[in-house]
Design a protein around this ligand. Structure first.
Ligand code: FE2
Length: 163
């Protein structure tokens, strides 16, 4: 993490948003980055819904959580399809990471709904760390592969986007 990212993170943890888009999350793949930015917005919406207070915000919080979980599913499916299409060598491992992450999120959501383990704020922070930790580490691996293959002329945007 560079100093600018660290500063952004420390500022956001105490003020408005829980996650701010930055270079540390960028893959350089337009479609993926657009979807990751959408995940930033959905995560922040969820965070704000929970900051409003558990009781008052409960329906809004549940709605925001549902939207985030559904979008994570949609996005992971799309990303997995792309990785298969571009013959990413780490495709199987990455697919497994997505499956594990979805399961973790659903389990956490279930525990949260049952009133176990999480308070809303902690729940959103955990989700944020899982999803954006994955993006900042594992998605960067395939981003490097894509950059390399493009340089070699073995991949182009048409192949990446599947159109
Ligand atoms: Fe991923």
């Amino acid at each position: 993490m560079n100093s600018k990212d660290a500063l952004t993170d420390s500022l956001t943890s105490s003020t408005s948003d829980i996650v701010v888009w930055g270079d540390k999350y960028a893959t350089g793949i337009k479609l993926i980055d657009q979807q990751h930015r959408e995940l930033v917005d959905l995560t922040n919406n969820l965070f704000h819904a929970c900051l409003d207070g558990e009781q008052a915000a409960k329906p809004a919080f549940m709605e925001a959580m549902h939207r985030m979980v559904e979008y994570v599913r949609f996005h992971f499916n799309m990303e997995t399809e792309m990785l298969e299409r571009i013959k990413y060598p780490g495709f199987s491992e990455h697919k497994k990471l997505h499956e594990t992450l979805i399961k973790q999120i659903l389990d956490a959501a279930e525990q949260f709904k049952e009133g176990k383990k999480f308070v809303p704020n902690h729940f959103v922070r955990t989700l944020k760390d899982w999803v954006f930790g994955h993006i900042a580490i594992h998605d960067k691996f395939y981003a490097s592969y894509v950059t390399e293959q493009k340089k070699k002329g073995l991949l182009n945007d048409k192949m990446i986007n599947g159109s």
